[in-house]
Ligand binder design. Structure first.
Ligand code: ASP
Length: 293
């Protein structure tokens, strides 16, 4: 893989390791969790200044966010990938990889949390999301802007997050479902998830965090039995807030659902998978509140 870099290769000593070579549509939560724990271990070595992970773009954002939550080191951890195959004459992988290595080797990139470097942008793993199925600028930051860029090999960090949450994680809960609401949604999908043994459910609701009276009634019943429900929005940008009644966010909050702030559905699911396995349930609301309730 490094041989594809040619003259793009940054002047950095690199130790190469193959953790897995699955298409990222096939990477599961346990594999992604093991990857994050493995990186956390590797970074304890004083001779390693940072880590780059090449990952398929389909679920890269989930592995990067999981790593962000699990890794305690302040050294840069950078995920990257490619939209075009390595056999294409204009493949984007080599440039993305060279940029990612430059960021991982940069002292300026320390203490930023896990990063996604793609098409010249440096993005926080908290907000990075795949926004296009085929264009080279596949990743963006949910409207919040990049933390920096890589320009001709130079790493320019222009904004620093004020903090990012970490979880002392030993395990991951995998029975957590993500359900997107569509016009006229009733309780059937939600109740099917409950009946099949879900330990937690993330709802991708309408707009500001609204559902329907049928879904709210199902959430009320499930919450009373101890199931955790998280509210996110199917909008690509912005926060959820409990503002509306009549099946809206205020009713979901009254039903016991927890609002995920700016976290998008797949990220909220990762957070819930870790939270359910590693902390008391009463602390989960405060954890999600860090994302901007
Ligand atoms: N299907 C591929 C994957 O995510 C696409 C890619 O490599 O970006 O593994």
């Amino acid at each position: 893989m490094l041989s594809t870099l040619g003259s793009l290769a940054p002047a950095v000593d690199i130790v190469l390791e193959e953790f897995s070579n699955l298409g990222s549509n096939r990477i599961d939560l346990e594999t992604s969790f093991r990857l994050a724990c493995h990186i956390d271990e590797l970074l304890k070595d004083d001779t390693i200044c940072g880590c780059v992970v090449t990952h398929g773009t389909d679920t890269l954002e989930e592995s990067a966010f999981l790593a962000n939550l699990v890794i305690s080191s302040s050294k840069p951890v950078v995920f990257t990938g490619a939209q075009r195959g390595a056999d294409q004459p204009d493949a984007d992988g080599p440039r993305n990889l060279a940029d990612a290595i430059a960021v991982a080797a940069s002292a300026d990139a320390a203490d930023l949390g896990t990063l996604v470097v793609f098409a010249g942008k440096v993005l926080s793993a908290i907000d990075a999301t795949k926004v296009h199925t085929s264009r080279l600028a596949a990743y963006d930051s949910s409207g919040l802007g990049p933390l920096g860029e890589v320009d001709h090999g130079a790493v320019l960090i222009t904004s620093r997050p004020s903090g990012y949450p970490a979880i002392k994680a030993q395990h991951i809960e995998t029975r957590v479902d993500l359900i997107t609401l569509a016009m006229g949604a009733d309780e059937r999908l939600y109740e099917a998830a409950v009946a099949s043994g879900s330990r937690g459910i993330v709802l991708e609701t309408f707009g500001r965090g609204n559902a329907t009276p049928e879904v709210v009634a199902a959430v009320t019943r499930a919450t009373q039995k101890g199931l955790v429900t998280i509210v996110t929005s199917r909008c690509p940008q912005g926060r959820v807030l409990p503002l509306y009644g009549d099946g809206g966010g205020r009713d979901l909050e009254e039903a016991g659902a927890i609002f995920a702030g700016r976290l998008k559905g797949p990220k909220a699911r990762i957070l819930l998978c870790l939270a359910l396995a590693n902390m008391p349930e009463q602390e989960i609301a405060a954890l999600f509140a860090q994302f901007g309730r």
